[in-house]
Design a binder for this molecule. Structure first.
Ligand SMILES: O=P(O)(O)OC[C@H]1O[C@H](OP(=O)(O)OP(=O)(O)O)[C@H](O)[C@@H]1O
Ligand SMILES: Nc1ncnc2[nH]cnc12
Length: 180
């Protein structure tokens, strides 16, 4: 039986008031635990990039590692982890960023991408876009050509997609939830 994109939305669990009052947390662990939905989500993320000779997938800790690793494998691309500060052992580039429910700093190894390499950013969700914009800035700082960014979930009312597009990055998403 074919899985539809509405089935992907149904496979995501929504938790009100987590991690803070007023936030509805869109929990992808239920999608990841559903073999058919997980495969469909990865296939849908990968399909638009088939044949594009992408060099690297960059994934944001932690949920971007799960999806980004699967996408990289399917595209025969390398994988670049963008981590929360203090976790990477070699020399890094670092940037402060804010997201829907907090602020933090993220880092990437400074030799993780060679100048001019084609990179796609992968994460589970875009909300305010703070995380993704920070990641694009880090990647561009070391010379990456960020050709696109893709997410399973878009929260369009929080404006992240528009911010990324304003930076000249194509954005692809699979399901939308209105409100927070
Ligand atoms: O568009 P934004 O407002 O920046 O929010 C989106 C980010 O928030 C979540 O990650 P989180 O920082 O909660 O980390 P986690 O994956 O380790 O739970 C999500 O996985 C995105 O990376
Ligand atoms: N509402 C939300 N649910 C899950 N992850 C998020 N990251 C930022 N906002 C989020």
């Amino acid at each position: 039986m074919k899985t539809h994109l509405s089935d992907l939305a149904d496979a995501i669990r929504s938790i009100p008031d987590y991690p803070k009052p007023g936030i509805i947390f869109r929990d992808i662990t239920t999608l990841l635990g559903n073999a058919r939905a997980f495969r469909r989500a990865v296939d849908e993320l990968v399909n638009p990039y088939a044949g594009m000779k992408i060099d690297k997938i960059a994934g944001m800790e932690a949920r971007g590692f799960i999806l980004g690793g699967a996408v990289a494998h399917q595209l025969s691309a390398g994988f670049v982890p963008i981590r929360k500060k203090g976790k990477l052992p070699y020399e890094t580039v670092r940037i402060a960023y804010s997201l829907e429910y907090g602020i933090d700093e993220m880092e990437m190894h400074k030799d993780a991408v060679q100048p001019g390499e084609k990179v796609i950013l992968v994460d589970d969700l875009i909300a305010t876009g703070g995380t993704a914009v920070g990641a694009v800035q880090l990647l561009r700082q070391i010379g990456a050509d960020v050709v696109s960014a893709c997410f399973v979930i878009d929260l369009p009312d929080l404006g992240g997609r528009k911010k990324l597009e304003a930076l000249g990055v194509e954005v692809r998403t699979l399901v939308e939830f209105s409100g927070h």
